[in-house]
Design a protein. Structure first.
Length: 152
């Protein structure tokens, strides 16, 4: 879990939680609220199997939000087919994600978390397309896709 997140009751309306800037729950609450695969990824920095998420093949216009707190994270306008088997984007929405260094595989990687609930989403790499050159490689089980509008 990232430091500095204040507890906000889950019973708050989503707009009130959004205004507070954070969403937190106990581990037991997260386990109850999330599907098992999403819980492992979002709360324990797991990784889903490549090519297992239907969101990798999603081509409609829409927004990708955090499954843990519903914060819009990515627009379909920045989605691209990276060929890696995970939904990939060249940029997040403004003020949507936070990053930190990850040394789980010994070499440094940059881990991507939801800014509001600190849920683990995936990693960002420097091998993406222009205009950013970034590849935000996300776990589909950590995301919710809503077709339609493409801005938050």
């Amino acid at each position: 879990m990232l430091l500095g997140l204040a507890a906000v009751p889950a019973t708050f309306p989503l707009a009130a939680r959004a205004a507070s800037g954070t969403v937190t729950h106990t581990d037991a609450e997260w386990r109850r609220l999330l599907p098992p695969e999403a819980y492992q990824v979002l709360r324990h920095e797991g990784t889903e199997h490549a090519f297992s998420s239907p969101l990798d093949e999603e081509r409609r216009a829409g927004l990708y939000s955090c499954l843990g707190c519903d914060l819009p994270l990515f627009s379909s306008k920045t989605k691209f087919d990276s060929g890696t088997g995970w939904p990939s984007f060249w940029a997040p929405l403004p003020n949507a994600v936070a990053t930190k260094s990850d040394y789980v595989i010994v070499v440094e990687r940059i881990e991507v978390h939801c800014r509001r609930c600190a849920g683990h989403l995936g990693h960002v790499f420097d091998d993406g397309p222009q205009p950013t050159g970034k590849r935000y490689c996300m776990n589909g089980v950590a995301l919710r896709f809503t077709p339609g509008r493409t801005t938050a």
